[in-house]
Design a protein around this ligand. Structure first.
Ligand code: CA
Length: 225
């Protein structure tokens, strides 16, 4: 899942980029409101973490202008207890949730997962395709009765494929959603990771759920599709 972090406190931003990356999120970071607005409007993020007191444009204006522009990406606002703004204002102005600084990292991750779940009706809490099951909140994957351990990156890739099951997704779409924007590596890395996933979720079960669509990308479908 791809996250835009709009935060001007460098040390906090660094810690969040590192921590969320370890949780399997692809995080892009910008440090002023104007840039945050532009990025959130131009790119398909799954969720935006938005500070309030920001250079160039404050978080309230960013949220309001995004909603005015018809951008409905879920927004988690970061508020300060001693701020001049009321926390309830955040929700009035278009944020979906707020978190008061200082916060615990695990709470932030739980809130992000909750936002992603309720973001749209096609985002159920637990994803199922045939007997393959992925629970983003519990971070578990199983096929039938058997648990399948995945690395954070494998998990993020499978989550993206499952959220788009039945549709072909290109390598570039996968890179955009599963790897952060500043990733400049070889797109063939996607192939490598698809290979890892097949070895874990398909091969041991005699399944071929992740198909290669030549020249187009990958498709996760039913066994008999
Ligand atoms: Ca700030």
């Amino acid at each position: 899942m791809r996250v835009l972090l709009v935060e001007d406190e460098e040390s906090l931003a660094k810690a969040l980029v590192r921590g969320l990356g370890a949780e399997g999120f692809a995080v892009d970071h910008v440090s002023d409101g104007a840039e945050g607005f532009w990025q959130a409007k131009e790119y398909p993020y799954d969720v935006v973490i938005l500070d309030i007191m920001l250079p160039k444009m404050n978080g309230y204006d960013v949220a309001r202008r995004l909603r005015d522009a018809g951008v409905w990406t879920p927004i988690l606002m970061l508020t300060a207890k001693d701020g001049e703004y009321d926390e309830a204002d955040a929700l009035d102005l278009g944020a979906d949730d707020y978190l008061t600084k200082p916060f615990h990292f695990v709470v932030l991750v739980a809130r992000l997962r909750a936002l992603l779940r309720r973001g749209a009706p096609e985002r159920p809490a637990v994803l199922n395709v045939d007997d393959l099951e992925l629970d983003p909140a519990a971070h578990t994957c199983r096929r039938g009765e058997r648990d399948i351990p995945l690395t954070p990156r494998e998990f993020a890739l499978l989550e993206y494929l499952m959220r788009n099951h039945g549709r072909v997704v290109s390598k570039n779409q996968i890179l955009t959603h599963v790897w952060a924007e500043d990733f400049r590596g070889d797109p063939n890395l996607v192939e490598v990771y698809v290979g890892y996933l097949r070895k874990k979720v398909d091969a041991p079960f005699g399944c071929k759920s992740i198909r290669t669509v030549r020249g187009a990308g990958y498709l996760l479908g039913r066994h008999d599709a």
